[in-house]
Ligand binder design. Structure first.
Ligand code: LMR
Length: 323
């Protein structure tokens, strides 16, 4: 769905090669609701006017059978936003309907190899519903976006250490893309003047890393909304590009990134049948949970708290699936 500023930023980045490379021809298929078709036509015109050589075609549609036909990658950006007076349950119910329908359309029309990234909130549970509604597409092909949280954590540490974000690697976001997520720096490394040191040693402020750092990342989405009166768009689009590019080309040796993925078979004791954010390494377009990291008691309780929230969301959401 195109009706938002995340997609508006994202389309240009994809078209100019930030995700699939500068030489890979792309066809963009834009799906939105019927009332947005006029606006979408304007976006199509703008994309044409960018005169980008690899952008071969732009298709705008309000029909799922057109939008999902033979897709290689589906980025599901739109969802029902929470409005005033709406209970969490109402929001979940509306989103279950959307993601059930999009999952069913993927099942029917997309390639079985399609990679599906869910961005619209509540992203983890929406992703789970889409995956459940597309039983013939492997569960491993579905993921939800926590790269924005990952990037936020990376940048907070980088700013604190006075180094570029590229000098900080292997932060982890565990769990839900919500305020219960756990941004973890126990395995993070910072390149300080050419040598790689642990994050705690680099930052030299354990109280900050165990306190304000965590809450800043957890509440960053809300802080941006408060300041901008709009939710994160530019940074969300950048995170989507990072996420899909890593699926396409793989992660750098010795580096992992955070992605919401199917929890089944994980070695961290996270309940099965959730889309939970883990550290993952990616090779040949396939992610693998980095399963052997030690977890201390501090981390354990935070990982469990966000898992409990996801179990609760899932259990509520599946009650709406049959409706
Ligand atoms: C974010 O993390 O910026 C968003 O998910 C916040 C929101 O609710 O739109």
């Amino acid at each position: 769905m195109i009706n938002n500023s995340i997609a508006y930023s994202l389309l240009f980045s994809i078209a100019k090669g930030d995700v699939f490379g500068k030489d890979q021809p792309v066809i963009l298929v834009l799906l939105d609701i019927p009332v947005m078709m006029g606006v979408l036509e304007g976006v199509v015109m703008e994309l044409q006017d960018c005169a980008i050589p690899v952008l071969r075609e732009v298709i705008a549609t309000d029909k799922e059978e057109v939008a999902f036909k033979d897709l290689d990658v589906a980025i599901l950006v739109g969802s029902m936003p929470r409005r005033e007076g709406m209970e969490r349950k109402d929001l979940l119910k509306a989103n279950v309907a959307i993601f059930k329908s999009q999952g069913a359309a993927l099942e029917k029309y997309a390639k079985k190899t399609v990679k599906v990234l869910v961005v619209g909130n509540p992203a983890n549970t929406n992703c789970l519903i889409a995956a459940k509604s597309a039983p013939s597409i492997p569960k491993e092909n579905f993921s939800c976006l926590t790269r924005l949280d990952h990037n936020r954590a990376r940048s907070q540490v980088a700013m604190r250490c006075g180094v570029p974000a590229s000098h900080v690697k292997n932060v982890i976001i565990w769990g839900n893309h919500s305020s219960t997520q756990y941004p973890d720096v126990h395995h993070c490394k910072v390149n300080m003047s050419g040598s790689e040191v642990g994050c705690f040693e680099a930052v030299k402020d354990d109280a900050w890393l165990k306190g304000d750092f965590i809450s800043t990342v957890q509440l960053r989405g809300a802080a941006v909304i408060k300041a901008r009166k709009l939710s994160s768009a530019m940074s969300a689009a950048k995170a989507i590009c990072d996420h899909v590019r890593d699926i396409w080309f793989g992660t750098a040796p010795g580096e992992f990134v955070s992605m919401g993925v199917y929890s089944s078979g994980n070695k961290y004791g996270v309940p099965e049948d959730l889309i939970y954010s883990f550290p993952v390494e990616i090779k040949n377009k396939t992610w693998k949970i980095v399963n052997d990291l030690p977890v201390n008691d501090f981390s354990r309780s935070k990982m469990d708290a966000t898992a409990a929230e996801l179990v609760d969301e899932r259990d509520t959401a599946v009650t709406f699936l049959g409706e």
